[in-house]
Design a protein around this ligand. Structure first.
Ligand code: HEC
Length: 148
């Protein structure tokens, strides 16, 4: 049993390191950008609703808020070390201040979850406030860590 256990652990470690090295930097960059693109797409529609450019549809608003909240958990994994080169707008400073960057990601995740919960109530004003709050967390990170 013991030998079986250690054998599988060794195999697992081989698989994990194998996966990490095969996962190219290019893929990681595409992954984080893809996650952000999904968030941006849905947040754009939400912003249009709160600006009155698109009719407020509570169900659609809540569906999009949930997508943003779920996907907000994804991009951090795509920020592999040393992936500031290539087709990316990520600034090198991200890896110099990674704890701060992760903190900003967390604030965004909390604001997105809050928006998702609030939007279920159907309260337009509260949903609007929560969306503005979320938008500020996006902007504060972009201002500091995303190239123009
Ligand atoms: C903790 C930092 C951080 C937060 C928070 C953040 N972003 Fe970003 N975002 C970035 C970085 C860095 C990039 C550049 C990614 C790259 O090119 O490697 C980016 C890129 C993007 C892009 C461009 C994606 C593409 O097609 O290349 C969109 C759209 C975007 N973010 C939307 C959002 C939205 C909407 C929010 C908030 C709901 C948000 N971001 C929150 C850091 C952040």
């Amino acid at each position: 049993m013991k030998r079986y256990l250690f054998g599988s652990l060794g195999l697992l470690m081989l698989i994990v390191t194998g996966v990490a090295s095969a996962q190219s930097i290019e893929k990681a960059i595409k992954y984080r950008q893809g996650a952000f693109a999904v968030m941006g797409w849905n947040f754009g529609a939400i912003v249009d609703m709160i600006k009155g450019k698109r009719p407020f549809d509570q169900e659609d608003f809540a569906r999009r808020a949930k997508i943003i909240s779920d996907v907000s958990l994804a991009p951090i994994e795509g920020f592999l070390t040393e992936s500031s080169e290539g087709q990316t707008k990520s600034k090198f400073e991200i890896w110099e201040n990674f704890a701060d960057f992760e903190g900003k990601m967390k604030l965004m995740q909390e604001a997105a979850l809050n928006l998702s919960v609030v939007s279920l109530s159907g309260d337009y004003d509260a949903s609007k406030r929560a969306a503005i709050k979320l938008g500020k967390t996006c902007k504060s990170c972009h201002d500091e860590y995303r190239k123009k």
